[in-house]
Design a protein around this ligand. Structure first.
Ligand code: 5RP
Length: 264
């Protein structure tokens, strides 16, 4: 692996081999989602605890202070909306030249395996990898399920992750599943991070699935709504950070959450 690729990956994945990515790219197809109406304000207090932020070029340019020292994972696919016909009909929206201009440490694109536009999104990934490898830029594949959240089961996720790795993704983002998550990670020869999906009821539930995912081989998270849609986002990210980088248990993480929440 060339120095540039290694260096960019080392900015994203820390020395302990773990990573906490904070995605705020949701608006690219969902518009101004709850608590992300003003993305700059939402992420400002959270950035010190994130290893990288993931977002589109528009939000990066207009809402994020260029003085930040956090690495950027640039979402470069899109072209669909939540009210449109088919979320899987994505194309690459942002050039690699633009990613370099914006000093991105990585780019990300969604793949929709099993969907109508499976081939198109897999070729988006393949073509991006071809180009990005030339410049030492890692590509993170996002295994997307669109509205079909029930697709988050091991056999399907393992298929998606493996295909993403085969096509050259350097990191794969997927979902945690209770049964058989080890199979998802074991079948994927590149690092796996998990997203959280829609906000869940309790904080402990989030700490549990992040902890379990790490125990079963994920290197960390690319987790958005369950952090910044919380009423206590800083407490959430600090607790999740402790699970990822300090091997905190869900119980310990919950204690950190409660302490930060109550200002202790
Ligand atoms: C969807 C994405 C998000 O970055 C990903 O789903 C993580 O966010 P969350 O934890 O909120 O699901 O790729 O646009």
């Amino acid at each position: 692996m060339d120095w540039g690729m290694k260096n960019r990956l080392s900015r994203l994945i820390q020395r302990d081999g773990r990573a906490l990515f904070l995605p705020i790219d949701h608006g690219y197809f969902q518009g101004p989602v709850h608590r992300l109406e003003q993305p700059g304000k939402t992420v400002e207090p959270l950035l010190p605890y994130a290893d990288a932020i993931m977002l589109t070029r528009g939000i990066l340019r207009s809402c994020i202070d260029p003085f930040i020292q956090k690495p950027v994972i640039l979402r470069v696919s899109g072209g669909t909306s939540i009210i449109g016909e088919d979320l899987s009909n994505e194309e690459v929206t942002t050039s690699v030249k633009e990613a370099i201009r914006l000093n991105a440490s990585a780019v990300s694109t969604s793949i929709y395996v099993g969907s109508r536009y499976e081939h198109q999104t897999l070729m988006n990934l393949s073509n991006l990898v071809n180009e990005c490898e030339e410049y030492g830029i890692p590509v993170m594949a996002v295994t997307a399920v669109g509205r079909e959240l029930e697709k988050r089961e091991a056999r399907y996720l393992a298929l998606c992750c493996r295909i993403a790795a085969e096509l050259g993704a350097r990191v794969v983002k997927t979902y945690y599943c209770e049964k058989g998550f080890e199979k998802v990670v074991n079948g994927c020869p590149v690092p796996v991070v998990i997203a959280g999906g829609p906000k869940v009821e309790s904080e402990l539930e989030v700490f549990n699935f992040v902890y379990e995912a790490i125990q079963k081989g994920a290197i960390g998270v690319n987790l958005g709504r369950n952090i910044w849609q919380s009423d206590y986002p800083v407490a959430m990210i600090k607790a999740i950070r402790a699970i990822i980088h300090e091997d905190a248990t869900p119980k310990e993480a919950h204690q950190i959450f409660s302490d930060v929440k109550s200002g202790r």
